[in-house]
Design a protein around this ligand. Sequence first.
Ligand code: C2E
Ligand code: MG
Ligand code: MG
Length: 627
Amino acid sequence: MAYAPLELLAKNTAHERLREERSLRQRLLKYEAITEHAAIGIALTRDQRFEHANPHFEQMLGWPRGTLSGQPGHVVWRSRQEHAAIGAFVGPLLARGQPVDFEHEVVRHDGTRFLARIRARSADPVHPTRGGTIWIVEDVAEERRSVEALRRAHAELEARLGESTEALAEASARLRDEIAGRESAERRIRHLAHHDPLTGLPNRRLLHERLEQALASARESGRSVAVIFIDLDRFRTINDALGHAVGDALLEAVALRLADSLGPGDTVARVGGDEFVVVPAEPAGANEAAAVCARLLECLSQPCEITGHCLRVTPSIGISVYPRDGEDPETLLGRADAAMQHARAEGRQCYRFFTEPVARAPADSLQLGNELHAALSRGELVLHYQPRFALARRRFVAIEALVRWQHPRRGLIGPAEFISLAEETGLIHPIGEWVLGEACRQLRQWRERGFAPGSIAVNLSARQFRTPELADTVRRIAADAGVDPRTLEVEVTESTLMQEGGPALATLQALATLGIRIAIDDFGTGHSNLACLRRWPVHRLKIDRSLVRDLPANADDATIVRAIVGLAANLGLRVVAEGVESEDQMRFLQDVGCEEGQGFLFAPPMPAAELERRFAHRGAMRELCTG
Ligand code: C2E
Ligand code: MG
Ligand code: MG
């Protein structure tokens, strides 16, 4: 066995070391490449000095590239003492081969500081005290800032989210409100479509529906249904005279009274200006309906206190009954209306059932209108005369002319049936002139025969005051008839004065200037205001017969009549009571100081010849005195 020579052995060993060194260098280069480009700071210290620091370390601590190597370790701490203290804390741990992780403030080259996360390791794990220390440093402040920024962004996001949730909640609340608003508007519209806006009562449409229902169930059960049509007498006068606000308030008060006096199931509807319809819930035949109407009459006729006015509107009521008078709402309503018109024609403040003659009435009135045209020229109009008496001595003091129509087929028709027709058609002008001329002619004729009934009064309707030449016409007619205007009197109603206003005042003044006396007719039913009475050239008040009718028993009426007489005395006016029918009435009137009266107790209206016969001779006075 041959042994290798010694030089060969030495040669081999040198060769191996060279190889090892080369691989070590390559490893170092690799590590260097890694540390050079690392995104964290890495430094190596040995014997309290920096031996190497990678670019990130230097940049983080603000040292120019390559200047930290060789610097003492304390340059990155706040002081030498701190450096020593950290060394005292880290050194022993590293010596035991333990890595050390901690956070601490470090100082940049320019003296500023930042918080760093620091990891210290021994460079040589086998000989920890020899190989130096590797420091891995990260800027925690930067990280903290990022975390803080992240937290803020998060908080902001949450806040925004909160805000938008709030906005969302607000929007949905608005939407809810809007929906509720819309629903209530729809409800309002539905309500308006079915109710009268002034009184809140069902309107004609809803009435129709309810009536349909009532009729359907009545059909099934074989019962009857009453339809009650109510119209307020003279409502228009109040409306015109006192203004729409008072009129409206009155309608509301009436609606309230109707609702109060009826049961919860009964229907009460407003179907026109001053027209109401009641359909009782209980099946009602004629008797039950009459009882309801009597109750309604009573409650509606009570005076109403409205903005200082004590108003009294009475109703005219018409009734139709299913199935007798009709089977459908239209017919029943129409017939109840016709019955109401009938009640009105019969003197108002009463109720009437529908009957077949009532059904013919509207057609009749149409025909009557046509015939009225011809009546004048045919000489069918006649005047009746009713005397007026001084109560104290029952002395006959004047005469009122009242027109009638001697109809060829229907007999004598009263003015209530055709004056409003004449007003509507304008015929009131020629009729009014004829009445005046005829009354004047009659007066002159009586005079010529030695019968001197004081003065003669004629009624003028509101429409006549719309022609400005009325005073002139009256003067001419009186002159043509050869009658002294001072023996003439005109009667106008309160509502005429209220309705016609200024122009009527001028006419009245012109009439008064001619010496014609002016009387207010039907006083106490309208709503004259006292200021007017002072302003207007009025000579006489005629107390309406509705106020006289229940005297002396009716305490309210008694009070009113007493007040009117007192008022007239204050204003220097004379007073006449209309419709005096009984001795009791007359005594009461005398007691309260009423001077004159007119009425069936003394004499009804009668043709001229009869009046002359009864009163033109001395015996007539005796006849009167003995009643
Ligand atoms: P008025 O001027 O108030 O006339 C009084 C009415 O009462 C008359 O009715 C008369 O017949 C009635 N009367 C008189 N005394 C009594 C009584 O004791 N008891 C009762 N229950 N009634 C009595 P008439 O004649 O039917 O006249 C009604 C209304 O027609 C008149 O009321 C008047 O406003 C109007 N009128 C009458 N003639 C004319 C006229 O020529 N022109 C105008 N525009 N209207 C007239
Ligand atoms: Mg009169
Ligand atoms: Mg009268």
